[in-house]
Design a protein around this ligand. Structure first.
Ligand code: MLT
Length: 411
């Protein structure tokens, strides 16, 4: 008899975005006219074409693959040296951060890395997650058997760290000990950022407790305030207690192209079950070489091109475009009389629902009356109840139209 992984049966019905897609598709079938004017501001998926520098590099790489002399088969599982080098140099060393080329592991996405990283950690770890939270951190821990069943507040066995308007959506340090802590800044879904001192207090917590911070910096390109850290490694000591996840999805528009990277410093250690303090870097290397065959060569060349002078300029323009939308959407929601957070150093606007209206009720109202798709805050955790998220990834015309429709809604 074959046995399944019972942990999957603990998962709440559907992953948030497929669940939204299901509801939207039912709405469109029932309302074909309204479906024609539907604007999607739900999932944070980019809308603008790839930067020309990336396109050119990808075309050239495809041509190389078409000739015997330059054809390439399997590449290095952890990424080609040409890409690992430009990443470490531009994103870290040029900013004074000590990260070596071989501490960069290129992958096909941060979502995958955030889940896969659990392969190298033991089951004994106490896990801390922000609430609201990017659902992948929670669901992958459920799948790995690190939780009990769910109730309305979340899964037993996870420590939820409340992120509220009162604490600026940056969690306070827990009084109990957690071994793995997921932090995400600029934050998805709240659009909040963490100040240097706040990150420093988390790094100190991790160093004092021999914990590890899993730091998701997928949205770092959206930071415009020069006081806000782009990387956890800007905090002294973080090399010894943090793994950082980065992505080309939201800066280079690679959501459909797939390329990301994870930084695992060689100085990062965790305990074996018999208490020996041991480096994690070789374990992640081993995991990648065993379970992954690398990102395709043309895609890695395209990612490399984002670091050229023209590539950087084109990425800046893309980010500016989406942040222009964020400004429009913030203003629209504010003018509609709603309390608005985020959207200043992040492409997400976090909006409080009017009194007495739940997140899903707001979702239904906005879908039915404004024909706009947003994401209900409660889908990100119990502390997301009473909020909804608007994604700024769209055309300017759509952002303008969504702002207008939000203002026309009568709550
Ligand atoms: C989101 O909408 O939260 C993002 O698209 C999630 C992701 O990047 O996987």
């Amino acid at each position: 008899m074959a046995y399944l992984n019972d942990n999957y049966l603990k998962l709440k019905s559907g992953y948030l975005f497929p669940e939204i897609a299901r509801r939207v598709s039912a709405f469109c079938q029932a309302n074909p006219e309204a479906a024609k004017r539907l604007i999607r501001c739900g999932i944070g998926d980019v809308t603008e074409p790839l930067p020309p520098a990336a396109i050119r590099a990808m075309h050239a790489a495809v041509d190389e693959m078409g000739k015997r002399e330059t054809f390439r088969g399997y590449g290095p599982e952890q990424g080609y040296e040409f890409l690992r080098h430009v990443i470490a140099q531009n994103d870290f060393r040029d900013r004074g951060l000590d990260i070596a080329d071989d501490e960069i592991f290129v992958s096909d996405g941060s979502k995958c890395d955030c889940g896969n990283i659990l392969d190298i950690f033991g089951h004994q770890n106490g896990i801390g997650v922000m609430d609201p939270v990017y659902p992948v951190y929670v669901d992958t821990n459920v799948m790995a058997g690190h939780t009990g069943p769910a109730d309305d507040g979340g899964y037993s066995g996870l420590l939820y760290l409340p992120c509220t308007a009162e604490n600026g959506f940056v969690p306070e340090l827990p009084s109990e000990k957690v071994d793995l802590i997921y932090l995400c800044y600029p934050n998805n879904p709240t659009g909040a950022t963490a100040a240097r001192e706040q990150l420093a207090s988390w790094v100190n917590y991790a160093l004092n407790n021999r914990s590890i911070i899993l730091y998701d910096a997928a949205y770092e390109a959206y930071i415009s305030d020069s006081a806000i850290p782009h990387s956890i490694y800007e905090i002294p000591g973080a090399r010894d207690c943090a793994i950082e996840f980065r992505s080309f999805s939201k800066n280079g528009g690679f959501t459909g192209t797939r390329c990301a990277f994870t930084v695992v410093p060689k100085s990062l250690n965790a305990a074996t079950s018999d208490g020996k303090w041991t480096s994690l870097h070789p374990l992640w290397q081993r995991r990648m070489t065993t379970k992954f065959n690398g990102v395709s060569y043309p895609v890695q060349r395209a990612a490399e091109a984002l670091y050229t002078v023209e590539g950087k300029e084109q990425v800046r323009a893309l980010v500016q475009h989406y942040m222009g939308n964020a400004q429009v959407l913030r203003k629209g929601a504010k003018t509609a009389g709603l309390n608005v957070y985020g959207g200043v150093n992040a492409p997400y606007i976090w909006v409080q629902t009017p009194p007495g209206i739940t997140s899903w009720q707001a979702f239904d109202r906005i879908l039915n009356e404004a024909n706009v798709v947003i994401t209900p805050g409660s889908g990100f955790g119990s502390k997301g109840e009473g909020y909804f998220r608007i994604s700024a990834f769209n055309s300017r015309a759509n952002a303008d139209e969504v702002a207008r429709r939000l203002q026309a809604l009568k709550w």
